[in-house]
Each structure stands twice: as structure tokens, then as C-alpha cells.
Design a binder for this molecule. Structure first.
Ligand code: ZN
Length: 245
């Protein structure tokens, strides 16, 4: 089966990879959607990750937000895994046109991928809500107080990630849709394909081969030419290994 995927990649010129949380969990980054209810001391009640990561909670409780965000969501020591590196090789070899990711950790770029569309934003980009001054991840990690404040105007600095109650970044979505439309191979990994925009993006694909790499069944398995229930890193590295050059 992996040799079939290798052949598909060899025949591709504009493959697109769409990745969900499963890509990052292989780098030991927790999937917050599977986290248990978290206790918020401030409000003296249990707060779900969905509420903690909502725009209204960020505005009303920025210190609580950042406590959770830094302790549970940021993984500054996480490193790219075999999936990230295999995708970077596929791009370098002229096979892959774009990576579309729901992850916010920036690991695809760290592994060397150039065209990455982040449909939920990135923890590596942060900006002042008042004056829009931009800051990196280190600024947030090293902020002296519970909430990082802008050096220019004192405004609250927030991560450029899509919180609940917020719209997904339009530019990244439009570029993703176009890449999928033009794709000659679509590989989906680490997502159950039930949540927007994952399912929506699949509708743009009119190519021949759809490959799904996911531990659990997805609603699109019937449309797939190949399905793997294994580790994404194992499958992608197996299909497109580092060549001895
Ligand atoms: Zn500012």
C-alpha cells in the first residue's frame, strides 16, 4: 500500500496535504479538544477548553486565558516529526504544492516547508490588539506579567490564532481552496474530516486520487483511493523517504 502512495506522489506535480491535530500529536503536542474540563479559579467553576479558547473569554479573562494557553497549549520545545519532514521533502522534490494545516504550532515551516496555509493561525505570530505591532512567540513566553503587553502602546498582545467565536482567516482559506482545486493528488492526515473547514475543502477537489491517513474512519473513506490507519509520520516517511543522494 505504501508503494502505491509512492507511485501516486511520483506522478504528482501539485499534490496538497491537509493536516489536522493528528499531525501535531505525533510531536507530543496535546490535542486540546480531547482535554478534560479545566478548573478556573477565577470564576470558581469548570471551564471547557472551548470556552477558555473563545474570544469572549480572552477579552474578559486574559490572565486566565494565558495561564491555560502557556501551560496546556504552547509546546515551545516540540520538534517536527517524520510527517513534517517528509512533506518538506515532497515540496522540495517538486511534488507538493502546499500544506494546509489546522495546527497552530508552526512545525511545518520549521521542518522546511515553504507554502503552508494555516487555517487556524499560528502561535508564532502575535500582535497588539490596539496598534497591531507584531511580536514573536518568545515575546509571549518571556512576558513578565500574566498578560503580555505591547512595548509601544501598552495594549494587550494576543496570539494570531483563531479563537472560538471568531471567523477563520479568509486569505488562508481562499488560498487553500485554490490549491485543492488545482491539486492532482490530495492527502489528508490526522483529521476525522467532520469539522469545518476540513469537509468543505474536500468539496473543491476534483482530482483522481484521495488518500486518507487517520486512525479512525472518516465520512470520506468511501471516496478515498487509499486509506491508512497508521501513524502519519510512518506512512509519509515510508512513502517519501530521504534519498541517499
Ligand atoms: Zn500596541
Amino acid at each position: 500500500m505504501i508503494s502505491t502512495l509512492t507511485q501516486m506522489i511520483q506522478g504528482a506535480k501539485r499534490a496538497v496535504f491537509f493536516g489536522g491535530a493528528g499531525v501535531s500529536t505525533e510531536s507530543d503536542i496535546p490535542d486540546f479538544r480531547s482535554a478534560e474540563g479545566l478548573y478556573s479559579k477565577l470564576s470558581d467553576r469548570y471551564v471547557s477548553p472551548e470556552e477558555l479558547l473563545s474570544r469572549s473569554f480572552f477579552i474578559s479573562h486574559p490572565a486566565e486565558f494565558y495561564k491555560f494557553y502557556k501551560e496546556q497549549l504552547l509546546a515551545p520545545n516540540a520538534r517536527p516529526n517524520r510527517a513534517h519532514y517528509a512533506l518538506a521533502r515532497m515540496e522540495r522534490d517538486g511534488k507538493l504544492a502546499a500544506v494546509i494545516t489546522q495546527n497552530i504550532d508552526g512545525l511545518h515551516q520549521e521542518a522546511g516547508s515553504g507554502t503552508v496555509y494555516e487555517v487556524h493561525g499560528s502561535t508564532r505570530r502575535n500582535y497588539c490588539m490596539k496598534c497591531r505591532e507584531e511580536y514573536g512567540l518568545d515575546f509571549v513566553l518571556e512576558a513578565p506579567g500574566p498578560v503580555p503587553l505591547c512595548e509601544k502602546c501598552g495594549g494587550i498582545v494576543r496570539p494570531d490564532v483563531t479563537l472560538y467565536e471568531e471567523a477563520l482567516p479568509e486569505a488562508a482559506l481562499a488560498l487553500s481552496a485554490r490549491a485543492v482545486q488545482e491539486a492532482d493528488l490530495f492527502i489528508v492526515g490526522g483529521t476525522s474530516l467532520v469539522v469545518y473547514p476540513a469537509a468543505g475543502l474536500l468539496e473543491y477537489y476534483s482530482g483522481e486520487n484521495l488518500v486518507i491517513i487517520n486512525r479512525e474512519p472518516t465520512p470520506y473513506d468511501g471516496r478515498a483511493s487509499l486509506i491508512f490507519r497508521d501513524s502519519i509520520g510512518e506512512v509519509l516517511e515510508g512513502a517519501w523517504p530521504e534519498k541517499a543522494r
